[in-house]
Design a protein around this ligand. Structure first.
Ligand code: AHG
Ligand code: MN
Ligand code: MN
Length: 334
């Protein structure tokens, strides 16, 4: 396509405009290089022997799939010696990852969920990679967990890649959310959805309904009203989706609207929620807000939360603004 803009060109333009520095551009190019590698490995599936369990557990007590471990290694290897980051944090690493002693240190922190939706790997349903970039505290050469505990509003950049029928990237540098599609022939992400806007209203909700007996009253009220459709208090019938890959749900919502909920429930109360704040909820919230949507725990804006732990979990309600605001209102009403 004569007028197509590759991600490399997009980021170089941002650099010329003074919105991005060379280190951030380099960090993003390296990270997307890792995502291309993960995309390739996933596309080969059983041919490359990457399906199935790794036979290990991560810090959160979850069984790791082979691709969880491979994706984590690929992300770390791509950024380890670049000089653009001074530390990394991952769902699959217990504590902040320390760079090799002789590796140059950079001004950014990279946080990631190397493979989101990993229960879907073996069944050929979309999975993805989520990342968040923060500024490293000045003068800190080996950032510890506490150095990563910055609010979501501090993110310099947030992005995710969905490995689906095509491999797509959605990214925000704080000025809108933009979508790119990987052209496998040339190995470049091409700008295909500039300035994504989430419709304010929707007729589609996504929640794991198998947890319904554990839900809090406001969530139960909202979903009951959706299910009642035109025959209840809402003036429309709703449709339901649950992919069990947050990346795929958020991409759908960015494309045609919707609401996604992994709310607090009585089963999750002690953990604080299911999804992780630092490398799932925060980056997705920034992307959704930058596309005109909303993101909330039900009791407050996710991006305003002061993190207390690298693997902290939070309730997540995000998507079309009017529906998210309705659920938040139901929480306030008790
Ligand atoms: P991960 O694979 O990184 O652990 O994350 C999976 C998350 C999220 O993507 C998805 O929305 C949710 O867990 C699915 O949970 P259920 O299996 O409870 O539906
Ligand atoms: Mn995840
Ligand atoms: Mn994961």
């Amino acid at each position: 396509m004569a007028n197509s803009i590759s991600f490399k060109q997009y980021i170089a333009n941002e650099q010329r405009a003074g919105r991005v520095d060379a280190d951030l551009a380099g960090l993003l190019n390296d990270t997307l290089g890792a995502c291309k590698q993960i995309s390739y490995d996933l596309s080969q599936g059983a041919l490359m022997g990457v399906l199935g369990m790794a036979g290990s557990e991560n810090v959160q007590g979850e069984d790791q799939k082979k691709m969880d471990v491979i994706s984590n290694d690929v992300m770390i290897a791509a950024n380890n010696r670049s000089g653009f980051v001074s530390g990394m944090a991952s769902e699959e690493e217990e504590t902040a990852y320390t760079l090799p002693a002789d590796a140059p240190r950079g001004k950014y922190l990279l946080l990631f969920d190397p493979l989101d939706g990993s229960s879907n790997i073996d069944v050929n349903i979309s999975v993805g990679t989520i990342f968040s970039i923060l500024r490293a505290p000045k003068g800190v050469t080996n950032p510890a967990d506490k150095d990563f505990l910055q609010k979501g509003t501090e993110q310099v950049c947030a992005g995710f890649v969905v490995y689906g029928q095509s491999t797509v990237l959605v990214i925000t540098l704080g000025k809108g959310s933009h979508g790119f599609t990987l052209d496998r022939n040339i190995g470049e992400f091409i700008l295909t959805q500039p300035n994504i806007q989430i419709p304010a209203d929707t007729k589609e909700f996504a929640i794991n309904a198998s947890n319904s007996r554990f839900w809090e009253a406001p969530v139960k009220r909202y979903i009951d009203e959706c299910l009642a459709g035109k025959s209840g208090t809402r003036d429309k019938d709703f449709n339901m989706r649950w992919v069990a890959s947050m990346v795929a749900e958020v991409y759908r919502i960015l494309t045609r609207g919707g609401i996604f909920m992994y709310p607090l429930d009585s089963k999750l109360k002690d953990k604080g929620g299911k999804l992780r704040l630092m490398y799932e909820a925060n980056p997705m919230s920034l992307i959704v807000e930058q596309a005109g949507g909303a993101s909330n725990t039900g009791r407050g804006r996710i991006l305003d939360l002061q993190p207390t732990g690298l693997h902290q979990r939070v309730p997540v309600i995000l998507g079309s603004r009017n529906e998210v605001e309705r659920v938040v209102r139901y929480h306030a009403e008790g």
